[in-house]
Design a protein around this ligand. Structure first.
Ligand code: AMP
Ligand code: GLY
Length: 426
């Protein structure tokens, strides 16, 4: 039995907690700060997850020996290195890469350099700073429309611009570099070729030498039906991705997963955790669009339910560097999730709305994963832009979606919004 702390408060963390809780190895499970969903299956701890001393204190207090980091921010800030160096935490099993691994998400330029060094297929690019703005403009002239500009640093998912017009692209490059359009994050800008294809995400669990490829997924990022309107954190997801057939996934493993993991070894990057590889399928070929150093949200809500193996065992082997001896069994069934969001999201949104009907969802039909929710007295209130993810399984994604949508009808909060067309393009 092992006591575990999960950091984070979203649907991803509820889905991880839900899967971990199924393991006979699970001792006391804690989530910090968690949400109303994690509170039902674990103990929520009020904690600033970027305050590593505070995290250290609760690890000791509750005799926790595994730390699973949900979001990227603590990783990019070096939580793994912090505990590796802190006396008294030598035996702590940390799931999440060290800072030199997390920088693959924290810096797009660093990620491109990594891909270049290890011959991993990705869009042709160059990066620029305010001093090299005019070279950036010249580089744009060598590309064809549309133009892709990426703020190097973390910009809350908003730092990528895709622009049709060359003059406008040059202007925006100037704004990013000289007017700090995305603050510090756009001090360096990656300018790259547009990849014309269809996106999907591949998830890998690695101990830095060995790896397991987890179920793949496709998420739906735009707020509006037909993939229109503003970008969100994700409005729904489907796993597996029907167009990622065996032949394509073989290419992904050979051309992307293997060189990525061997790149970690070659560069002495201590990487024990999840790698989320954002891919574009162009024709029949995979290209890396981005690396994230964590699981995706809402992708976790469809990936975890398809994993049949014991997650704690997989994570223990990851921490021990023995992932080659672990088993990964995946359900052949499809999983889908639909995210219920607050009115106004992804812009300013309403919070504090009582959520009703959750108890009417039958466990045999769907799993409710909480995202932005909190308990208040005997009510559950909305507490974020993304509120609840309803996941269902079926023989194919159509059957699963039908279940997700029929169960959603039972849940209500004021001005509820969700996309009615998840999976429409498959
Ligand atoms: P990123 O933050 O790098 O994942 O970029 C955000 C989104 O922009 C991606 O999910 C893609 O939809 C899109 N994108 C990024 N880079 C490219 C590219 N080179 N070609 C086409 N679309 C891209
Ligand atoms: N759903 C996209 C992400 O987690 O980054």
């Amino acid at each position: 039995m092992i006591n575990i702390l999960i950091l984070g408060s979203g649907g991803r963390e509820h889905a991880l907690a839900h899967k971990i809780k199924q393991s006979p190895k699970c001792g006391n499970l804690f989530v910090a700060p968690g949400n109303a969903g994690t509170q039902q299956i674990a103990k929520n701890l009020e904690l600033d997850i970027l305050d590593f001393d505070a995290v250290a204190k609760v690890l000791k207090q509750h005799e926790i020996s595994m730390l699973l980091v949900g979001p990227e921010a603590p990783l990019v800030n070096g939580i793994t290195d912090f505990f590796k160096m802190k006396p008294g935490f030598e035996d702590l099993k940390i799931i999440g890469p060290s800072k030199d691994g997390a920088v693959l998400e924290g810096s797009k330029e660093r990620a491109k350099l990594f891909m270049e060094s290890h011959n991993i297929p990705t869009a042709r690019y160059q990066s620029f700073t305010a001093d090299t703005l005019s070279e950036g403009e010249k580089f744009l002239e060598t590309l064809s429309s549309p133009y892709v500009l990426k703020a190097d640093g973390l910009a809350g998912g908003k730092g990528v611009l895709i622009i049709d017009n060359l003059t406008e692209a040059k202007m925006e490059l100037g704004k990013m570099l000289t007017e700090k359009k995305f603050g510090e994050a756009s001090q360096t800008v990656v300018v790259e070729e547009f990849l014309d294809g269809i996106e999907l995400s591949v998830f890998v669990l690695t101990d830095g030498k060995n790896y397991k490829i987890l179920p793949n997924a496709k998420d739906y990022k735009r707020i509006g039906e037909g993939d229109t309107g503003l970008n969100t954190g994700g409005m729904g997801a489907v796993s597996p991705v029907p167009f990622a057939d065996e032949e394509f996934m073989h290419k992904v493993e050979e051309k992307i997963v293997k060189p990525t993991v061997s790149g970690f070894s070659k560069e002495n990057i201590d990487y024990k955790g999840f790698v989320f590889i954002g891919l574009m399928k162009v024709g029949d070929e995979p290209f890396v669009v981005e690396y994230n150093v964590r699981m995706g949200d809402p992708e976790t809500e469809v990936v975890m339910p398809r994993i049949e193996s014991d997650l704690i065992e997989l994570l223990e082997k990851t921490a021990a560097g023995e992932l080659d001896s672990a088993r990964l069994d995946v359900s052949p069934k499809a999983a889908t999730t639909v995210m219920l969001v607050s009115n106004g999201y992804p812009e300013a949104y309403e919070k504090g709305k009582p959520i009703t009907g959750l108890e009417n969802i039958s466990e045999n039909e769907a799993i409710v994963f909480h995202a932005g929710t909190k308990v208040s007295g005997n009510e559950i209130l909305s507490n974020g832009g993304r509120v609840i993810a309803v996941t269902a399984m079926g023989n194919d994604h159509k059957e699963a979606l039908q279940k997700s949508y029929s169960q959603i009808k039972k849940v209500c909060f004021e001005n509820i919004n969700f996309r009615k067309d998840i999976g429409f393009d498959l």
